[in-house]
Design a protein around this ligand. Structure first.
Ligand code: UGA
Length: 436
């Protein structure tokens, strides 16, 4: 049986995975080619905001079950199972850039010192395992002893720690009995349903899952548009259909569309894979088109509320692509900020976690663009408050206090996270998405 688990790549997927396996009691060695990141992790600091991760990182470092090193080769040599958790960003044509996967696999090949089980955890296109096998054989020779398996991750940012310990399923794609046995043993403490399949199927499950989630969001967003046209309420439609277990209540929150590092990129990659294999999956192109149109729809809603946007002061509450993260990759907020600046509005931005990241994209430029210390400060003298990310703190606002701060009591809720009645009773004009 195996002794040590190696985690190659310590980002949003790799770090929770490394910490999680250590907490389950395994010996774990994590590595990343970014030595500054490794130094930060080694000192117990999580390089990004993820609730509950840092205390668990510190605990497992101090108890010695987790070690980190910037020497990727060393991590490979010391491990029996290797989880590939490096980035798979998007190329301009929508296909995934697998250069980080190839680079780390070459290091694996150069450092093989006995049998290794190489497990893809990063989201990769179907048939990537075949390429990993070929690459190792090319660089380490045909006698190299290894297996390649797929074990896609279903961690959500903001709840990655909880998702690691309470997965709704674990998917394992394997080609050998040894690979299957090792992975079943590794995950035994979690007591979750396990789907064991071949490698191609496991790779496909990941893209299919994220594409289906995106499809649900675009579907409910179209229902929201229809609700607006006919005077119905999308939150009630979502509840009415979501109680059907065949549909389910999750991912039916209408709004400004999905963002983040995963859904947009994975959908594009899946469309690309289908095209490469001559399968007409235009359904997914439509999902994407609907999502892209949400930003325009939201800006038009702000215009409907305020008429002219030039020189209006707009408070933007929420910048992260979703709550409980500081991640702004593909965040709808970035596109919204750009559009509103183009319209000549003055923006006052606030987010509990993501402001430093947004400052890198849009440096402060008063009075056009101002970063504020609190939601109330952002609302000061504003002609409207725009809710772009549904952080809990916005749901718990004292609206009387907000009303005293603003110039006009107008709220445009891009995430349908507030109660229209509460806002109207507090004297606000409320605009939601697909709501009365
Ligand atoms: C997503 C998947 O949910 C995870 O299962 C997967 O492991 C991960 O991608 C990945 O591939 O690594 P994540 O990107 O963290 O996780 O975020 P989600 O919770 O899926 O949200 C994605 C976007 O959809 C956010 O912008 C969110 O605001 C939006 N969303 C979500 C909606 O607009 N409506 C909803 O009902 C739900």
């Amino acid at each position: 049986m195996f002794k040590t688990v190696g985690v190659l790549g310590l980002g949003h997927v790799g770090l929770p995975t490394a910490v999680g396996f250590a907490e389950l009691g395994w010996w774990v060695i994590g590595t990343d080619s970014d030595s500054a990141k490794v130094a930060s992790i080694a000192s117990g600091r999580c390089p990004f905001y993820e609730p509950d991760l840092e205390p668990l990182l510190r605990k497992n470092l101090s108890e010695g079950r987790l070690r980190v090193t910037a020497n990727v080769g060393e991590a490979v040599r010391e491990s029996d199972i290797l989880f590939v958790c490096v980035g798979t960003p998007q190329k301009p044509d929508g296909s995934p850039d697998l250069s980080q996967v190839e680079a780390v696999i070459r290091v694996v090949a150069e450092n093989l010192n006995g049998y290794k089980l190489i497990v893809e955890k990063s989201t990769v296109p179907v048939q990537t395992a075949q390429w990993i096998k070929r690459t190792i054989q090319r660089y380490a020779g045909n006698n190299a002893e290894f297996d390649v398996a797929s074990n896609p991750e279903f961690l959500r940012e903001g709840t990655a720690v909880r998702d690691f310990f309470h997965p709704d399923r674990i998917v394992i794609g394997v080609e050998s009995e040894r690979a299957k046995e090792w992975l079943l043993e590794l995950y035994k403490p979690l007591n979750a349903p396990i789907v064991v399949t071949d490698v191609n199927t496991a790779e496909l499950i990941k893209h299919a899952a994220n594409s289906f989630l995106a499809l649900k969001i675009s579907f409910i967003n179209m229902i929201a548009d229809l609700c607006e046209a006919v005077g119905a309420d999308v939150t009630e439609v979502a509840r009415g259909i979501g109680l059907d277990p065949r549909i389910g209540p999750h991912f039916l929150q209408a709004g400004i569309g999905y963002g983040g590092y995963c859904l947009p990129k994975d959908l594009k990659a899946f469309i690309h894979i289908a095209e490469e294999h001559k399968v007409d999956f235009s359904l997914l192109k439509e999902v994407e088109k609907i999502n892209e149109a949400r930003i325009d729809k939201f800006v038009r809603k702000v215009q409907q509320a305020l008429w002219v946007l030039k020189d209006k002061i707009l408070a933007i509450w929420g910048l992260a692509f979703k709550p409980n993260t500081d991640d702004i990759r593909e965040a709808p907020s970035l596109k919204i900020i750009k559009r509103l600046l183009d319209e000549g509005a003055n923006l006052r931005l606030y987010d509990p976690a993501a402001m430093e990241n947004v400052k890198q994209v849009f440096p402060e430029n008063p009075p056009r663009l101002v970063y504020c210390e609190s939601a109330i400060e952002a609302a000061t003298n504003a002609h409207a408050i725009l809710i772009v990310t549904e952080w809990d703190e916005f749901k718990q606002m004292d609206w009387q206090k907000v009303k005293q701060a603003v110039a006009l009591p107008i709220v445009v809720d891009g995430r349908n996270c507030l109660e229209p009645r509460t806002l109207r009773e507090a004297g606000f004009e409320y605009y939601g998405i697909g709501r009365k």
